[in-house]
Design a binder for this molecule. Structure first.
Ligand code: NAD
Length: 445
């Protein structure tokens, strides 16, 4: 028999990227959702209908379901109305690389004794966290149930991912709460993996670690392509058509960032280490990624010599397009390296400026790609925002003082860049000299 009455209210603790999307998604499925966050300003904004993050489709969804979405700083509001409390608080990395579970622990500590409630863990946590939390509940005779339900949404397409997930993973002890979570997700008709708590926790960490490995792998192939004259874009196309490999996550570039991959890979490495296993492969995945973010420097120096006093423009700052998330963005490493080398840095991002201003000092924020190019010695494409594909490259080239474009995401058509008179440097592709420059050197000769 079902333990979840139709349209049963749901609680969501933590209203960041995951929590807010989850809440809006359940509202779309017809549920009243009681959202709780300790950030009073965020809750006040949400009450006023102001969405604190930039995520396609999210404002519209929240607006459409305002009557079903309730925001509060008081946990009691959710506890009174919902049995299932989804936890979506942050689990950032600590200095040791282990996940910081202080926010999760604060939520666990705040739970009252109750045998009619369950915590449903959406936050990404180390394997064994669920077992520890269950032990804490048992020792305190709290009676709470516990379900692991890791989240796989991608920023930039989070709403779509909630409504059409590749899979739903539910780890539990086969009690009412697991059944209730399965029932809640049933309308989405996604493949279900019902398993034990530890395996559910591991599915999340292993998935992110695998994707990160794929990126570091193709980045290393790109680096070898640069040494040997092959073009990694062609190589990846040829590899990706093999359906055992697949085309996704085979785009070489200047490294992965974001709030999940770097921290989850580090957390899995630490988890293995803490259990006495040395996860060799992940050490390399992390190291390759760190070095990859710095390789742009060598490309700039190859063309410009010293970077002291050079004007370098960055197109895009967010860790990927369609988000304003700046956590662990490659642009953070790049701006720091450029400044350390004495360059002057001007930047533009279509949506992430506000977030970027909190993390990047000493750069000039400009209001368009052309503005970034004006008087620049070189321009580096850092984030593949769709609007950069539409750039008038002739206009860009005319605005620049120099003639180098470094395409950190292999996003632009190298021939078009060259036709505009610019030198093109991608990642793992042969350099192209701009037509203007070729004509000049031919004339010189
Ligand atoms: N962002 C993603 O793309 C993504 C995808 C899958 C999984 N995850 C995981 O989901 C979790 C949340 O990530 P996020 O990006 O949404 O984080 P976030 O930082 O955007 O949001 C976390 C929210 O939790 C709130 N919070 C902190 N402590 C709280 C408490 N004690 N009670 C109530 N609220 C509290 C914070 O104020 C914040 O609003 C992390 O574990 C992350 O690894 C994130």
């Amino acid at each position: 028999m079902s333990h979840l009455t139709e349209r049963e209210p749901v609680g969501v603790i933590g209203t960041g990227y995951v929590g807010l999307v989850t809440a809006a998604g359940f509202a779309e499925l017809g549920h009243d959702v009681w959202c709780v966050d300790i950030d009073e300003a965020k809750i006040e904004n949400l009450r006023q209908g102001r969405i604190p993050i930039w995520e396609p489709g999210l404002s519209e969804l929240v607006e459409r379901h305002r009557s079903r979405l309730h925001f509060s700083t008081q946990l009691s509001n959710a506890l009174e109305r919902a049995r299932l409390l989804f936890v979506a608080v942050g689990t950032p990395p600590t200095y040791s690389g282990d996940a910081d579970l202080s926010a999760v622990n604060a939520v666990v500590a705040a739970m009252p004794a109750s045998d009619r409630h369950a915590l449903v863990m959406k936050s990404t946590v180390p394997v064994g966290t669920g077992e520890t939390i269950r032990r804490v509940f048992a020792e305190q005779s709290k009676g709470f149930s516990y379900v692991s339900c890791p989240e796989f949404l991608k920023e930039g397409s989070a709403v779509k991912d909630f409504l059409a997930p590749d899979r739903v993973v539910v780890g539990d002890d086969s009690d009412w709460a697991g059944d209730a979570v399965v029932e809640l997700y049933a309308p989405l008709e996604a493949p279900l993996v019902r398993t034990d708590i530890k395996s559910a926790e591991m599915v999340k960490l292993a998935s992110n670690a695998f994707l990160a490995t794929k990126i570091s792998f193709i980045n290393e192939i790109a680096n070898v392509c640069e040494e040997t004259g092959a073009d990694v874009v062609e190589v990846a196309r040829g590899m990706g058509l093999d359906d055992r490999i697949g085309p996704k996550f085979l785009q070489a570039g200047i490294g992965f960032g974001g709030s999940c991959f770097p921290k989850d890979v580090a957390a899995l490495k630490q988890l293995a280490g803490n259990s006495g296993y040395h996860f060799q492969l992940l050490n390399s995945v992390i190291e390759v990624n760190e070095l990859q973010k710095r390789r742009v420097m060598a490309k700039l120096q190859k063309h410009l010599g010293t970077l002291v006093g050079k004007e370098i423009g960055l197109l895009g700052l967010a860790f990927k397009p369609n988000t304003d998330d700046m956590r662990e963005a490659s642009s953070l490493v790049l701006t720091a390296r450029l400044q350390a080398a004495g360059a002057r840095v001007r930047v533009y991002d279509p949506v992430a400026e506000q977030e970027a201003r909190k993390l990047i000092r000493g750069v000039e924020f400009r209001s368009s790609a052309l503005d970034v190019a004006a008087g620049a010695d070189a321009v580096v494409l850092v984030t593949e925002w769709p609007e950069f594909a539409e750039l008038d490259l002739g206009e860009l080239a005319a605005a620049m003082r120099g003639d180098l474009l470094v395409d950190g995401r292999n996003f632009l058509d190298a021939d078009r860049v060259r036709d505009a008179g610019l030198d093109y440097e991608g990642v793992g592709r042969p350099s192209r000299t701009g037509r203007g420059a070729t004509a000049l050197s031919a004339a010189d000769g």
